[in-house]
Design a protein around this ligand. Sequence first.
Ligand SMILES: *Cc1c(COP(=O)(O)O)cnc(C)c1O
Length: 360
Amino acid sequence: MGRVYNFSAGPAVLPEEVLREAAEEMLDYKGSGMSVMEMSHRSKVYDTIIKEAEQDIRDLMRIPDNYKVLFLQGGASQQFAMIPMNLMKHKKAGYIVTGQWAKKAYQEAALYGEAVKLASSEDKVFSYIPDCSDLDIPEDMDYVYICENNTIYGTKFKKLPDTKGHTLVADVSSCFLSEPVDVSKYGVIFGGVQKNVGPAGVVIAIIREDLITEDVLAGTPTMLKFKTHADADSLYNTPPCYGIYICGKVFKWLKNMGGLEAVHQHNIEKAKILYDFLDESSMFKGTVVPEDRSLMNVPFVTGDKDLDAKFVAEASAAGFVNLKGHRSVGGMRASVYNAMPKEGVEKLVAFMREFEANNK
Ligand SMILES: *Cc1c(COP(=O)(O)O)cnc(C)c1O
């Protein structure tokens, strides 16, 4: 079998052009006589790779000069601890709990101080984004935390919460580089790259400089201080070199597509094909309230577990793989990240139409 249409929530589909280029450069990167996997992170050739990657993500997201871009490890989950360790000066932070990843971050923060649940959508299986336009936020909170796109439930903040002047921290793992963002509205934006940007093993954190200080919680390990990595331009220790190199290629691929405005338009078109079908189908139903639907993760159900399983199995046999939904939602989930071609979504919908006709 050749390449499939991979709807995995993560690790997820990457642009085929990027994979081909990486394959071509595998044995001899630009005349260095070695693979990027084999070279010193202190070498001149690698320095160019990481510096270009940083510049390209800065260009794509129009990151202001007073923000650092850090390439870190430990997954997005490690940030659940690094954020309170570095930012909880008054040992109090607000969390908006819109899914399992936000909940995990909230629970982790509670290990370090008082984590206050400002709002939640758990009452309806996280199928919507709560109204965050006028939250009751205590004055002494160090930051307000959100998970901007909820990978498992398929919801997205279309409007950022009013933090009443508090620092906004956002986990953007599953919507990273999927649309333009105004970085200046955030204190910290971070994401594991394996959803929309690159191979697992790299986390990118974009942090406003005034939040990077030595004033961290007592006992914070050197490796978990933002300052350690910021001072060393992400080269304090050996970074995930190969992963950063692939991210860099994806950044160039996004630039070639016309930048995040163009990528966003493309993502809107792709998601619309799927949502329009879900709205007209009498078999398949989306699980999220329409106004909060994610452009990246699209959960849906038939309402019949056996039929769901039959669909997942037949879809997989037809080359549409990883459509099984998360166990907490059931049913199906199609993740349609940047690198999923429009054709993949069109073909999936055609397959769903046919399945519906055959299983009436
Ligand atoms: C996948 C995911 C995580 C966890 O990422 P790891 O890199 O596995 O730690 C956290 N947040 C969101 C929104 C995710 O989608």
